[in-house]
Design a protein around this ligand. Structure first.
Ligand code: NDP
Length: 250
């Protein structure tokens, strides 16, 4: 069996691109998400070179996460790499008009979901005295922008968790890499704007945004540096982007 990578949010965007990239790097996979059909498509496209298991759960479902992960066959619990990628922004509203369900979805998914998955997997890494956790944060975790207070708070939470994980887990030989992407053209904006494709497309108009593959390439690189090296924290912008809301459009 190859090394095993566990990727959350692999049904689209950055998670899917990461699975495809790491398949080339020779990993076997546990891929997760809520949309079973998308994960099945991905498993098919990974080809016969690698083995893959899909786990269907909502990261906000504490028991579901624990049950799914503990139900893995023993040989699949030997997880080398965890990519905590599942997450989304929901809405773009001022703090006085924001929707409470959106706030719950972001805090519960982006922070608590990441914690539930990590809590279930870290013991296997500690047992092996080895592992690599890659947390997908955001430039929203570095700098707050107007109408994004809660999404930014959720990603600042991810930044704090990455730092805390590094402090607590380095002693067990576990590496932590925090990745903060800028604007990446994925389903992200469509989810944020609740299926409004036109509004979502505007986010990426007039400049060349990052592609999910650009983030996947970096993840692959972070996993291939020598064992003595940890890439702790990286911010990745599209060339036209200088800050969360400063994008030079033509
Ligand atoms: P996508 O919307 O394309 O992908 C999001 C993925 O997360 C999907 O696979 C989705 O799967 C999964 N997901 C979301 N919520 C849950 C949940 N509650 N339970 C289980 N899975 C969930 O967006 P991206 O690929 O762009 O986003 C990936 C990560 O990158 C997110 O954490 C996002 O915050 C971050 N990011 C994105 C940026 C961008 O501009 N695109 C910029 C900076 C950071 P399913 O729907 O099947 O459950």
């Amino acid at each position: 069996m190859n090394k095993i990578a566990f990727i959350t949010g692999a049904s689209s965007g950055i998670g899917k691109a990461t699975a495809l990239k790491l398949a080339n790097d020779g990993y076997d996979f546990i891929i997760c998400g809520r949309r079973a059909e998308k994960l099945a498509e991905l498993t098919n496209s990974l080809g016969e070179k690698v083995k893959a298991i899909s786990l269907i759960f909502d990261v906000r479902d504490r028991e579901g996460v624990q049950k799914s992960i503990s139900s893995l066959p023993e040989e699949w619990k030997n997880i080398s790499v965890l990519v905590n990628n599942a997450g989304n922004a929901h809405g773009l509203s001022s703090i006085d008009t924001g929707n409470l369900d959106d706030w719950d979805a972001m805090i519960d998914g982006n922070i608590k979901g990441l914690l539930y998955v990590s809590k279930a997997i870290i013991p296997y890494m500690i047992k092996n005295k080895k592992g690599h956790i890659i947390n997908i944060s955001s430039i929203a975790g570095k700098q707050t922008y107007a109408n994004g207070a809660v999404y930014c708070a959720s990603k600042k939470g991810v930044e704090a968790i990455s730092e805390g994980m590094r402090l607590d887990l380095t002693q067990y030989g576990i590496k932590i890499t925090n990745v903060a992407p800028g604007a990446v053209s994925t389903e992200f904006s469509e989810v944020r704007f609740k299926g409004d494709k036109e509004k979502a497309a505007k986010v990426y108009e007039g400049y060349e945004p990052l592609l999910a593959e650009d983030i996947a390439d970096f993840i692959s690189y972070a996993l291939t540096v020598p064992e003595r090296v940890t890439i702790a924290d990286v911010t990745i912008y599209a060339k036209a982007q200088a800050a969360p809301t400063t994008i030079y459009k033509s």
